[in-house]
Ligand binder design. Structure first.
Ligand code: NAD
Ligand code: G6P
Ligand code: MN
Ligand code: MN
Length: 434
């Protein structure tokens, strides 16, 4: 029977996961699910853990759900380890967002200065988790949901040597759903190919007869001014459709920060001034969610959880596990080794691409080369990610400043150094390597 361990089990997303396992109960012979957290998260773990137990019971299943603060013990003989932790909790995210914005520079969870700092805090912890796994569960798969998921996956595979790591994001699934809804067809009647990096990928679409309809979908989604974002956490400013017509690929929601940078920055600064950056909004949502989870009668995922940007996470996480266990060959979008899939990027780097998932893990589908305008950006982004990882592992200030300097969302020069120094000071407690 399967043992699945989730690090960061106190997350408000845990009911998503439980729902996903329950939906796939016929494909997953689960014995035990262990939710692991740290003392700061114990109260949340107890509340959402009790809720998880109720969900399992309501589904009539005999799965054991265990709650613990002892990660090392928890990992013993695990088959799958999934991660959804946030080092420094939402207070750290508030700093990632507000400190850059206080200087008029974008502050965001996974992009720009904030995203780089989330990586600096997270990479040492993923290294420790892998150290524990080497001893306790040397054959386990590591499914990483912890952001910045692409960078964390690259650190896990390339630097800590855990080959059986797959990075996960809910954005591609949301894009697929949006396109199908807009076209008024079933998802199954469309074919998608995604390629790029986590939160920096593009996609193309084909209809069921094999005709490419990307151009049509660009017009449908972005041809008019009031285009919506399909993610709750991203302001839905409109892309310039003329540029997308030239791109001939659909952007991901996060491309707004790069393609229409001024508008997104302006909106973020307004949120900052109003005391309502995303982390501050999420804190409120989280409070409401945990009030709901406390209700001993609640034994299903509440609608309110769709207010979080990570909604539909379970479709990705649980389907990956089911596909590996049952050698299903499902097509999914994951962060995995490039292996030549995107010819513009280093052979061994981590990319986020369409892949089939079977008992060997992720088998990426060949993509080829990007047009120069996309190639240039993605090569810079990957170089920035590699520099971030180097800085995170060695606690290397010089590399950190270099990453800030080349990150497109941080203006180089005095301001970059000032923001870097302020963030290093603010996050000192969670950056022992620096
Ligand atoms: P959260 O702030 O609720 O944190 C989740 C839990 O992690 C908390 O209970 C916390 O106590 C715990 N934690 C912190 N440090 C830990 C450690 N060292 N070991 C074990 N547990 C620890 O976070 P959240 O908003 O639920 O998000 C969880 C994570 O998932 C974040 O990293 C977030 O960025 C990520 N996320 C990813 C996607 C995606 O598309 N990949 C989508 C949504 C969220
Ligand atoms: C999206 C992204 C996640 C990100 C989340 C933020 O779904 O895929 O990687 O963490 O949104 O959502 P939140 O509700 O925390 O702002
Ligand atoms: Mn994501
Ligand atoms: Mn820069």
């Amino acid at each position: 029977k399967l043992k699945i361990v989730t690090i960061g089990g106190g997350s408000s997303y845990t009911p998503e996961l439980m729902e996903g396992y329950i939906k796939r109960k016929d494909q997953l012979n689960i014995g035990k699910i262990v939710l692991v957290d740290i003392p700061e998260g114990e109260e949340k773990l107890n509340i959402v853990g009790a809720m998880a137990k109720r969900m399992v019971k309501a589904a009539g299943l005999d799965w054991e759900v265990e709650l613990t603060l002892d990660r090392f013990e928890a990992l013993k003989n695990a088959d799958f380890v999934t991660t959804q932790f946030r080092v420094g909790l939402l207070d750290a995210r508030v700093k990632d967002e507000r400190i850059p914005l206080s200087h008029g520079v974008l502050g965001q969870e996974t992009n720009g200065a904030g995203g780089m700092f989330k990586a600096f805090r997270t990479i040492p912890v993923i290294g420790q988790i892998i150290d524990d796994m080497r001893v306790q569960c040397p054959d386990a798969w590591l499914i990483d949901f912890t952001n910045p998921a692409g960078i964390v996956t690259e650190a896990a595979i390339k630097h800590f040597g855990w080959e059986k790591t797959i990075g996960l994001c809910n954005v591609p699934i949301n894009h697929v759903t949006t396109v199908a809804e807009k076209l008024g067809v079933e998802k199954e009647d469309l074919h998608f190919r995604f390629a790029g990096l986590n939160h920096f990928h593009w996609h193309r679409v084909w209809d069921k007869d094999g005709n490419e309809i990307t151009d049509k979908v660009i017009e449908l989604l972005y041809g008019q001014e009031d285009a919506e974002s399909d993610l709750k956490n991203i302001h839905d400013a409109s892309f310039h459709v003329e540029q997308l017509r030239d791109l001939k690929m659909l952007p991901c929601g996060y491309h707004r920060y790069y393609y229409i940078e001024d508008e997104m920055l302006q909106h973020s600064i307004e949120e900052f001034k109003g005391g309502k950056t995303r982390a501050q909004v999420v804190k409120e949502t989280e409070k409401r969610l945990f009030e709901l989870y406390k209700d001993p009668a609640l034994d299903y995922k509440p609608e309110e959880l769709t207010q979080r940007g990570g909604t539909h996470y379970s479709d990705a996480a649980c389907e990956i596990i089911a596909s590996i266990v049952n050698n299903k060959g499902t097509q999914m979008v994951v962060s995995t080794r490039n292996n030549g899939t995107i010819t513009d990027l280093p052979y061994d780097c981590i990319v986020e691409v369409s892949a089939t998932i079977d008992s060997r893990g992720a088998n990426p589908e060949n993509w080829g080369a990007f047009m120069p305008a996309a190639r240039g950006m993605i090569q810079l982004m990957k170089a920035m990610e590699e520099t971030v990882i180097r800085a995170a592992i060695d606690g290397d200030y010089n590399a950190a400043l270099h990453a800030f300097t080349i990150n497109p969302l941080v203006p180089g020069g005095k301001l970059a150094k000032r923001i870097l120094d302020e963030l290093l000071y603010a996050h000192k407690k969670h950056l022992p390597q620096f």
